[in-house]
Design a protein around this ligand. Structure first.
Ligand code: NG6
Ligand code: CA
Length: 501
């Protein structure tokens, strides 16, 4: 009897999907804002492949990354934990240690890739990583085996950039080793922010500005270090010449790798985590995309991203993966100018990449974390639909585990909500509330269509707390905190409880 009850309970807790998809793909764009594409109202940037995905799937209007910057957002998607569970969870440099648990480090530490592996998928991480490498006990061995790397986290295959394209090292790391490295030309990395140059003979934007592409100059002291491929970076790098990437080929290179993974899988179940560099800085799209949008290089980079999307989807179709749950989304809100004078500021004058929301990357306003998301699974997700459900990337771990039919162990993915039916567009019963966390400033918090921002000044010149009604005030202008003190108290208590947990 007990056993039957247990089975019944189990059946209730794991939704019974008739069959799991043959492939699950998370396509994660970088810094792509809510209002950056035609799918979300920006008609000056042609993104036909994203449009097609919308026509074939469900478009979400209230999905959020866990924070308005990259690393903690990705941490949350991978672990199913809120960013604040890890102290000082913030943007990492290229030489930072791994911040997500390795496979086998305890059932409570199980991550999204490990769950996918357990569900029988071959897993791959391709593109931007930005979750750290190595165990931090010593410096990363760029010239030997880099361990732990995505491999130890549950990715059978990986081909990644360590951090951002504006940070050294500017090389790809393939299955734990720098790809194309000449052992006679070892790599050395330093994040000494004061020294410029760091080494004698180092070519930086300060020592040799004439070596920069006429594409753009660094706009702050962080981005004016080693020049690689005509672009100055954050941090210093020497050696590894044969392994250096070419920025204009970045999108094609990672897309080719993703396609190789799809082909090599030969119809076996796959989980692909594909993270583009686009449309993060430095934006140096391939020549074939220059000038294709009416919104400068930032618009062009978006078209390039869309091309990657089209190519990955075509490869899936060509290799027998019609039965794919494909999720498109972005790691945080938009930023027009973020370190280089690449012309984006002028091209985007008066145009809001987070429209209709205010704020963007780094910001606690809605535009910081409210990002595009489209999900498609032929035969399971109704084509050409829209969902207004409140949803977080933090929920992917539990929801995808449910879709893949694998159990999440006790204590694991603790902040992830099982919203598989929401992702599949079958209902709009998403989250009731959602923290919009920040590692350096006040948090935002959503409760239905209420938007709360903790006290402290976030650029409005008024002391908080703030309470906005997004239904009537999408750009968060009219502070209703004094008018609704009970609502403020209720939300403050929820935030306190969350931080204590
Ligand atoms: C910031 C960089 C910014 C960008 C960001 C990471 C400065 C002044 N700004 O520190 O250019 O690289 O880090 O972006 O250096 S993210 O999308 O990966 O979070
Ligand atoms: Ca980002």
């Amino acid at each position: 009897m007990k056993k039957i009850l247990l089975l019944a309970l189990l059946a209730l807790s794991i939704p019974a999907f008739a069959a799991k998809p043959k492939a699950i793909v998370v396509f994660l764009a970088d810094d792509l804002g809510y209002g950056d594409t035609a799918a979300y109202g920006q008609s000056l940037v042609p993104t036909p492949n994203l449009n097609r995905l919308c026509n074939e799937g469900c478009r979400f209007t209230d999905c959020h990354s866990a924070t308005p910057v990259c690393t903690p957002s990705r941490y949350s998607m991978m672990t199913g934990r809120y960013p604040h569970r890890l102290p000082n969870n913030n943007i990492l440099d290229g030489d930072a240690k791994l911040i997500i648990p390795v496979e086998g480090s305890g059932e409570e530490n199980v991550t999204l890739p490990v769950l996918m592996k357990r569900a029988g998928y071959k897993t791959a991480a391709i593109g931007k990583w930005h979750l750290g490498l190595g165990d931090g006990k010593g410096p990363i061995d760029w010239n030997g085996e880099i361990k732990p790397s995505p491999k130890e986290v549950g990715f059978d295959r990986s081909f990644v950039m360590a951090a951002t394209a504006d940070r050294v090292p500017c090389v790809y790391i393939e299955d734990g080793r720098v790809a194309n490295l000449d052992p006679a030309d070892p790599i050395e990395i330093s994040y000494d922010r004061k020294a410029n140059p760091k080494w004698e003979g180092e070519i930086t934007a300060r020592t040799n500005p004439e070596m920069l592409k006429d594409w753009g100059r660094p706009s702050d002291y962080q981005h004016d270090k080693t020049i690689i491929d005509g672009i100055s970076r954050i941090g210093h790098m020497r050696g590894g010449k044969a392994a250096l990437w070419k920025d204009q080929d970045l999108a094609d290179t990672i897309t080719d790798k993703a396609i190789d993974f799809i082909k090599d899988a030969k119809g076996e179940p796959i989980f692909l985590y594909f993270a583009t560099n686009d449309i993060h800085v430095p934006r140096d799209p391939h020549a074939r995309f220059r000038g294709v949008s009416a919104l400068g290089i930032r618009g062009d980079a978006t078209v390039q991203m869309d091309d990657c999307l089209g190519r990955v989807r075509a490869a899936l179709a060509e290799n027998g993966y019609d039965d794919t749950l494909f999720i498109f989304t972005s790691d945080n809100g938009p930023r027009v100018s973020d370190g280089y004078e690449d012309g984006a500021r002028d091209a985007w004058k008066g145009v809001n990449p987070a429209a209709p929301w205010a704020g963007g990357k780094y910001s606690v306003l809605e535009g910081g974390t409210r990002i595009p998301m489209v999900a498609c699974w032929p035969g399971h997700i109704q084509p050409n639909t829209v969902s207004h459900a409140l949803l977080s990337h933090t929920d992917y771990a539990r929801s995808l585990a449910a879709i893949a039919g694998v159990e999440v162990p006790q204590g694991a993915c603790r902040d992830s909500q099982e919203l598989s039916y929401v992702i599949l567009g079958q209902n709009e019963n998403g989250r009731v509330s959602l923290p919009e966390e920040s590692a350096w400033g006040p948090w935002g918090y959503r409760k239905g269509n209420w938007k709360f921002i903790e006290g402290a000044n976030y650029g409005k010149g008024v002391e908080g707390p703030y309470l906005f009604d997004l239904t009537t005030d999408p750009t968060e202008r009219e502070n209703l905190a004094e008018r609704y003190p009970e609502k403020v108290k209720e939300i403050q208590a929820e935030i306190r409880a969350l931080r204590r947990k």
